[in-house]
Design a protein around this ligand. Structure first.
Ligand SMILES: NC(=O)c1ccc[n+]([C@@H]2O[C@H](COP(=O)([O-])OP(=O)(O)OC[C@H]3O[C@@H](n4cnc5c(N)ncnc54)[C@H](OP(=O)(O)O)[C@@H]3O)[C@@H](O)[C@H]2O)c1
Length: 358
């Protein structure tokens, strides 16, 4: 064995390096570097919250398997459906409970008693969570502020004559109470207000609630003008992370708005997805295509939208078999099953829907 003998002058050099003063200096240096790294991480987290990125909690972050697709974007969030709770009235708690039992984890509602039973959503998700051993972090809750012109004047969730700020804060507090939670994963302005100034006034109030920690991301719904949406986006300090719109031919399938969402990391949440495209979904060509992939026309439609990477369809089924089928197609995509092998297949499907472009 070869032994390396250190020369006396080398030993003296090392001894010199490790004097107590030098040791103390090294400790302080390591401490300062650690402090700088911690501050950097804290600032980064704060910036992410300011940008409105939602925590998926224990749902984790997945990359959408889109290796074969160049049109599709890759999203940090796992592809999923959002369970919609409109028009379920007294059965809301029951259907939300069943949806969560079937595997849905994302719920959409609104503080708008005319169409939504928000308290029923709160009862439904908490009962399901108790039964399944889930907690608040396992469930993603989104609700909306609806302006007076979208409410039933005989069933208002706030005083319509109060200033906008008071209306919005009462609405938010009612939502938190109804949903039995201290925070919302997503708070959506149900539609732009009559003027741009009013819309931005509402947006600033929403931003303030995000900064306060009662809300984790902001969105807007029923905004069908690209110009208006861009204007909100440009004026907002905390950018919208959701655009919830009707997905149908009459609005040209929001082609330009969707492009904007795709380019700016905004999730496009579609509603009327099945209802408004019923004719196309019943065509023999589309049905045959879906069947060849082991799906129904409806679940294949959801798969098409999720495969684009930035669209999350809302689904309000009350049929327990449909719930299971819908959850199953989400799982297939999350597991990497390629239901659209490339851009050509996406384009071919889009053509069957009469979409002008992807
Ligand atoms: N922001 C807004 O202004 C706005 C407006 C409207 C809706 N929304 C939201 O969007 C949610 C969804 O509403 P929606 O209008 O899009 O329609 P929907 O409530 O999801 O209705 C879908 C229709 O398709 C049928 N269907 C057939 N096969 C299905 C399948 N495999 N999975 C799901 N449905 C299937 C359903 O019937 P079955 O029940 O028999 O399955 C139902 O009649 C609402 O609950 C609400 O949360 C928001």
């Amino acid at each position: 064995m070869v032994r390396i003998k250190k020369k006396p002058d080398q030993l003296a050099f090392f001894a010199q390096q490790f004097t107590p003063a030098r040791h103390l200096f090294n400790l302080v240096l390591v401490g300062v570097i650690g402090l700088i790294v911690c501050m950097f991480l804290i600032l980064q987290e704060k910036e992410e919250r300011m940008m409105g990125s939602s925590s998926m909690g224990s749902m984790g972050a997945h990359a959408l398997s889109t290796t074969a697709l160049s049109i599709a974007t890759t999203s940090k969030k796992p592809p999923h459906l959002v369970y919609g709770t409109a028009w379920k009235k007294d059965d809301t708690a029951h259907y939300v409970h069943e949806a969560i039992k079937a595997g849905f984890r994302h719920i959409d509602t609104a503080c708008q008693p005319k169409h939504y039973n928000e308290a029923g959503v709160g009862n439904g998700w908490t009962e399901a969570a108790q039964e399944l051993g889930l907690d608040r972090n396992d469930i993603w809750l989104q609700t909306k502020f609806t302006a007076p012109n979208g409410q039933d004047p005989n069933n208002m969730p706030y005083d319509a004559s109060a200033p906008l700020k008071e209306q919005m804060l009462t609405s938010l507090e009612t939502s938190l109470k109804n949903l039995q939670t201290t925070y919302l994963n997503s708070w959506v302005l149900h539609s732009p207000l009559p003027t741009m100034d009013q819309t931005m006034e509402a947006w600033k109030i929403m931003e303030h609630e995000l900064e306060n920690g009662r809300v984790r991301q902001l969105g807007i719904s029923n905004c069908y003008s690209l110009e208006q949406f861009q204007s909100i986006y440009n004026q907002a300090t905390i950018k919208p992370k959701v655009l919830q719109n009707r997905f149908y031919q009459e609005s040209n399938f929001d082609t330009e708005l969707r492009q904007f969402c795709k380019e700016h990391g905004i999730t496009y949440q579609s509603f009327w997805t099945l209802t408004a495209n019923r004719k196309a979904l019943h065509s023999s060509e589309l049905t045959a295509l879906a069947t060849s992939h082991g799906e129904t026309a409806q679940t294949y439609m959801y798969a098409f939208l999720m495969s684009l990477g930035y669209i999350t369809p809302l689904c309000g089924t009350t049929d327990l078999d449909h719930m299971k089928q819908d959850v199953a197609v989400v799982k297939r995509i999350q597991q990497g099953d390629v239901l659209f092998a490339g851009d050509d297949e996406l384009r071919a499907f889009a053509k069957l829907l009469h979409m002008p472009d992807l």
